[in-house]
Design a protein around this ligand. Structure first.
Ligand SMILES: [Zn+2]
Ligand SMILES: [Zn+2]
Ligand SMILES: [Zn+2]
Ligand SMILES: [Zn+2]
Length: 315
């Protein structure tokens, strides 16, 4: 009993004087012994109580491990609700599945040319939003929609951002349901008109999980792959099936089927294009040139193929 009480007191003595939580590593202390956690220390740089210098405390670190202190992940608000060992927060942050994502719709080169417009938008954004997080989010969404800026977005907000800002369609996938889509690709003769920035074609939902269907092409190859907004363990459970065919009225009956693994979103952002290619449905430009058809409504360097796809649970 006495022992339990003592441990509790010791824990309380180690709480961060700024966020009042168990201190995330590296734990700092000031010259007067006030404790500041690693995350707060990164923001304030000095003691919040007495304004003296901070220094990492080896003793506090050791105690934190001994007492097995737990604290909330900084992405708690985004959905990372399981307490993390305070001593391991730094490692956790590097792989936390609720850390911010960068919107896939990266800035296009040509948009940078109008620097004045962009500066205007950014300055306007900072003044207008007046530190209101909701307003700022809205303004950032607007900015991303217009300029495709590389702006961090919380994983939780990303699907809504894709839907509202980039008008990406959402599909609910139940067992046995296939989504039908005709996709066009711009050609430059028998090669693709290269557009090396990846983009998201569709957002799919199954079993409460969100899946993104990505594409990216260079002059020769188009890659199509799928990610889950989740971790590797969740990705393991699913596969993506796709059938690619000529459009019904094309007079040709090409049809190909593929099954590819689903990748974990945050893992895939670190992969090289070569590694992504290994987990993609790869369509060579000559395939479009041979089987794609034009439509009257689009310029005739735009060729269309028909895609049917679904997410399946692995047995
Ligand atoms: Zn703190
Ligand atoms: Zn202090
Ligand atoms: Zn986390
Ligand atoms: Zn965006």
């Amino acid at each position: 009993m006495q022992n339990k009480k003592a441990r509790r007191k010791l824990r309380a003595a180690l709480d961060c004087t700024i966020c009042l939580d168990s201190p995330a590593s590296p734990i700092n202390r000031c010259q007067n012994g006030h404790i500041v956690c690693g995350i707060c220390a990164g923001k304030v740089g000095e003691c919040g109580v007495c304004k003296t210098k901070l220094q990492v405390s080896v003793m506090a670190e050791r105690l934190s491990r001994q007492l097995d202190l737990k604290c909330n992940c900084p992405y708690f608000e985004s959905g990372c609700v399981n307490p993390v060992a305070a001593a391991d927060v730094k490692d956790h942050l590097a792989k936390c599945y609720f850390r911010d994502v960068t919107c896939e719709f990266a800035m296009k080169q040509s948009d940078w040319e109008d620097v004045e417009t962009i500066l205007h938008a950014v300055v306007g954004l900072l003044i207008d939003t007046n530190h209101d997080p909701a307003k700022r989010r809205e303004a950032l969404d607007d900015y991303c929609g217009r300029y495709g800026g590389k702006i961090p977005i919380s994983l939780r907000d990303y699907p809504a951002h894709l839907r509202n800002v980039h008008q990406i369609e959402f599909h609910e996938i139940v067992d046995g349901k296939w989504i039908s889509m005709d996709y066009l690709t711009e050609m430059d003769g028998a090669r693709f008109e290269a557009s090396p920035t990846p983009h998201v074609n569709e957002v799919m939902q199954k079993n409460g999980h969100i899946f993104l269907f990505h594409s990216c092409n260079d002059a020769e190859l188009e890659r199509n792959w799928v990610t889950i907004l989740g971790d590797a363990k969740e990705a393991e459970k699913y596969a993506f099936q796709v059938e690619i065919s000529s459009l019904a009225n094309s007079g040709s009956n090409m049809e190909q089927s593929f099954t590819i693994p689903v990748l974990a979103y945050h893992d895939h952002t670190k992969l090289s294009m070569a590694e992504i290619t290994k987990n993609s449905v790869v369509i060579p430009a000559c395939h479009y040139a041979q089987f794609g058809i034009t439509m009257d409504s689009e310029p005739n360097n735009c060729l269309w193929l028909h895609f049917e796809f679904t997410i399946v649970e692995k047995p």
